[in-house]
Write a protein that binds this ligand. Structure first.
Ligand code: PA5
Length: 449
């Protein structure tokens, strides 16, 4: 991985950046010594180096069991309990995996429990009607409505289709060691379970079975993924000085830009396979930093697609943005532009070139245009999309996030703000225990303007 800050440095005050350099080093130390806010949720810091081969073998065995029994595996989870797995799977699998019907190597992996769309659930159940399917149900709290609702529907359907005994072998629960409804249900039904460690919050949990199991089910090499994360854990350790520590440098630069009025960070990719990485990253930074009425707003675009929709705004809109570009040095596959005698489309100047070369020139051209237009550019490049590089990518952004949150002086490991909608929803649905809230909300809704 390479981090290049030269196209961002000219936009920040050198003295501010200098100050932030030492702040990031101190913040990294807080993650290490556990003296910062939310320190009961920093189990992810040394998670990669604590993962053993035996543990990975256990996860793989469970994945293999699902792969043997099922054509389709549904990953039920929301937020930190699904985005990481989806990001990795969509990056690694063929974009057309879902359409390959014959001689499939891997089960279809589909996602549920991340919305309350009735049509979505109905269509999923229609799709599953003639399929051999299994479920990985992921919820740390074990009580998240979206996930529990989807699981109830899918479990009922599965038991009807194959009977309770076979269903037991096709359901795996990933949840808290001891508490929550999912833990009780799994114990009662006798499901295989994996534990989400107490000290790892949802959005930092992709390297636990939350991510590892669905990734292994989809055919990903979880050993290589963890190896990438382990190497990045070393590269961002407190022993690594600021000048060589990419997580500290990234955290310092984004905070310097923020202090200079750049309130929105746009994560940019030039590869559609990384779309869900941006979704994962948005949650990681948004939920970790968006507190106390401050923090950079994490946005994302897929280029060149979105150059045709958001490009105008980025080039010429309000100058409160900066870009962090994820650049992939080498495409995994080769497609050459063919020569065409008639050349009616005028593309013969590209004949013989790789499509990736065209993409790279679009990337460079965009960078130059946006920097000229006043958009600072942080550039992060990875050699290619594979498990090892993705493992690096994940840990780099996690470490950068923990450091950046401490620099911003928030607790990066809680999420009190996400409870507000839930309280109202439960009150509106008359959930037992919410009687007072129900009454207050009805009065508010009945009030005439
Ligand atoms: O990062 C988080 O903590 C959240 O996104 C949670 O992962 C998400 O709300 C799902 O929670 P749970 O795993 O308890 O179902």
């Amino acid at each position: 991985m390479k981090l290049c800050l030269k196209n961002a440095a000219s936009f920040v005050d050198a003295a501010v950046l200098k100050q932030l350099e030492s702040k990031t080093v101190a913040a990294n130390m807080l993650l290490e010594n556990g003296q910062g806010a939310g320190n009961d949720y920093i189990g992810w810091v040394h998670l990669p180096s604590s993962i053993t081969d035996e543990f990975l073998a256990e996860v793989q065995a469970s994945a293999d069991e699902l792969r043997r029994r099922c054509e389709v595996v549904i990953v039920a989870g929301i937020g930190g309990s699904y985005l990481g797995a989806r990001a990795v799977n969509e990056a690694l699998c063929s974009a057309f995996d879902a359409f390959v019907a014959k001689d499939r190597k891997n089960p279809y992996v589909v996602y549920a429990g991340n919305n309350i769309g009735e049509d979505y659930l109905a269509e999923l159940m229609e799709f599953l009607a003639d399929k051999q399917f299994g479920i990985i149900n992921i919820s740390k709290s074990g009580t998240t409505t979206e996930t529990a609702l989807a699981f109830r529907l899918l479990k009922t359907m599965l038991e009807k289709q194959v009977g309770k005994e076979e269903a037991k072998h096709r359901i795996v629960a990933v949840t808290d060691r001891a508490k929550g409804a999912l833990r009780s249900l799994a114990t009662k039904e006798g499901y295989k379970t994996f534990v989400i460690p107490d000290n790892v919050g949802g959005r930092f949990s992709v390297l636990t079975p939350v991510g590892l199991l669905p990734i292994a089910v989809a055919g990903g090499d979880i050993k290589a993924l963890v190896k990438g994360a382990q190497d990045m854990e070393k590269a961002t350790d407190i022993k690594v000085p600021y000048a060589e520590n990419p997580a500290c440098q990234y955290a310092a630069m984004r905070n310097a830009l923020y202090q200079g009025g750049k309130k929105i960070e746009i994560l940019v990719n030039f590869n559609p396979k990384l779309h869900y990485f941006s979704e994962w990253w948005k949650q990681l930074y948004g939920e970790s930093e968006g507190k106390d009425h401050k923090a950079i707003f994490p946005a994302a675009v897929d280029f060149t697609t979105d150059l045709h929709s958001m490009g105008q705004w980025i080039q010429d809109g309000e100058r409160t943005i900066f870009e962090t570009v994820i650049s992939i040095e080498k495409a995994n596959k080769t497609v050459l532009v063919p020569m065409d005698e008639e050349n009616l489309d005028g593309l013969n100047f590209l004949a013989g070139k790789r499509v990736d070369e065209v993409n790279k020139m679009a990337e460079l051209g965009t960078q130059l245009a946006h920097v000229d237009g006043g958009v600072p550019n942080i550039h992060i490049s990875f050699e290619k999309i594979d498990e090892y590089n993705i493992g690096q990518f994940i840990y780099f952004f996690e470490r950068g996030c923990g450091i950046s949150g401490y620099v911003l002086d928030v607790n990066p490991f809680n999420q009190p703000g996400v409870e507000a909608y839930k309280k109202n929803m439960f009150a509106l649905l008359n959930k037992p225990g919410y009687e007072a809230e129900s009454k207050a909300i009805q009065e508010r809704l009945n009030k005439k303007d």
